[in-house]
Design a protein around this ligand. Structure first.
Ligand SMILES: NC(=O)c1ccc[n+]([C@@H]2O[C@H](COP(=O)([O-])OP(=O)(O)OC[C@H]3O[C@@H](n4cnc5c(N)ncnc54)[C@H](OP(=O)(O)O)[C@@H]3O)[C@@H](O)[C@H]2O)c1
Length: 333
């Protein structure tokens, strides 16, 4: 995106006009494929709403029988699946096989990062899956120790992933040189190396400071969100500005989630719907309009995490989960 650097006022005006109500997967029929569509003048209006007005809200079953997740239109004009596989702590063959399994079971988004040390295996998993590259939405991130050499770090990510373009690149968290690194991502977007830009671990103060200094508003913010850390204010702040929010640690985080999985309120809701506690946690996020990237190396878990579109949490369920808020962060970012 070209143009004068946005002031905070013009940023807010621009994206607030595009902000929409957000509720992913509230209607069981609101499912669609993960077609990536370049922006055109008619298509660039970002919408975070899935409803009957959107002709792409058509259910699509994968060959495995799992319904592909709906997509959300980003402010960049591209469509992003609202469910995908997280790959933190997955390495080498485990990473490759998990990515291939997720794609074969209908997922169409994979989240990785330079710091995970697995971009190469994510790329191998995509190719091993047999799913065409154009159907897969790949997210990776620049770590602060790459900010000073962001342009070459972007090329390195492309090479490791073995792809011609990255669907979404994020700055992993704020750090020295983050504005210049974002500007390098903007240049790479102009060059066709990256399609959409975003941030991770940015909150309200950080947005207020950062956004007036960049030209292209972030299309996505990826932050820690789970039933014990719900971050309502930050989520509302982003969504009001047309920025899609994506939850990392949507199940509480690997090694941090035993208490959540044993939570009686969540277990009761799961039993009532005939689904798992993991599915309840993920669907709660979707119904708040928050995309999810659960991490798993277990094909049965991945299948479960992809199967979120044949049940709907009631208002009472949503309120019961809201009441679990503890402000309990499971990582430091
Ligand atoms: N931007 C950031 O700063 C940041 C930070 C952290 C993470 N992330 C991203 O967010 C993703 C998600 O975080 P995470 O993977 O650490 O944690 P998570 O998704 O909250 O939880 C993953 C854990 O849940 C288990 N699990 C997954 N599905 C399950 C199911 N259906 N039933 C039972 N257990 C299940 C996994 O074990 P199994 O392998 O046995 O299924 C694993 O132990 C990461 O993979 C990464 O891509 C981003």
């Amino acid at each position: 995106m070209q143009g004068e650097p946005l002031t905070r006022r013009s940023f807010v005006t621009t994206v607030a006009a595009a902000a929409a109500s957000v509720a992913f997967g509230c209607t069981p029929s609101a499912t669609q494929g993960a077609q990536l569509r370049p922006s055109s003048p008619e298509e660039t209006a970002p919408t975070t709403k899935l409803d009957d007005d959107n002709p792409q809200d058509t259910p699509q079953s994968s060959t495995s029988g799992v319904t592909k997740a709906p997509t959300v239109r980003l402010s960049s004009g591209f469509d992003m699946p609202i469910v995908g596989l997280g790959t933190y702590s997955l390495h080498e063959a485990v990473c490759r096989d998990s990515v291939a399994s997720a794609l074969q079971q209908g997922m169409r988004l994979v989240d990785t990062a330079h710091i995970y040390g697995n971009e190469q295996y994510v790329g191998e998993g995509i190719r091993a899956s047999g799913v065409p590259r154009g159907e897969v939405f790949v997210i990776t991130k620049l770590y602060p120790n790459q900010f000073a050499n962001a342009a070459s770090a972007i090329d390195e990510a492309l090479e490791k992933l073995g792809v011609e373009y990255i669907d979404m690149m994020l700055l992993h968290h704020p750090g020295t040189g983050d504005v210049a690194a974002y500007q390098a991502m903007e240049e790479a977007q102009q060059a066709g190396k990256i399609r959409s830009l975003g941030l991770s671990n940015w909150y309200i103060e950080e947005m207020d400071d950062f956004v007036p200094r960049i030209a292209t508003p972030p299309a996505l913010v990826q932050n820690e969100i789970h039933p014990y850390y719900q971050d309502h204010d930050v989520v509302a702040f982003m969504q009001d500005r047309g920025i899609v929010v994506q939850a990392w640690y949507p199940l509480g985080g690997r090694g941090h989630n035993a208490e959540l999985f044993a939570d009686e309120a969540l277990a009761g809701i799961a039993t009532n719907h005939g689904v798992s506690v993991a599915q309840v946690m993920l669907k709660w996020n979707l119904q708040r309009g928050i995309a999810v990237i659960p991490g798993s190396s277990n094909p049965d878990h991945i299948r479960e995490d992809a199967s979120l579109f044949d049940f709907v949490l009631s208002d009472a369920d949503m309120e019961a989960i809201s009441a679990l808020e503890r402000g309990e962060k499971h990582d430091w970012y």
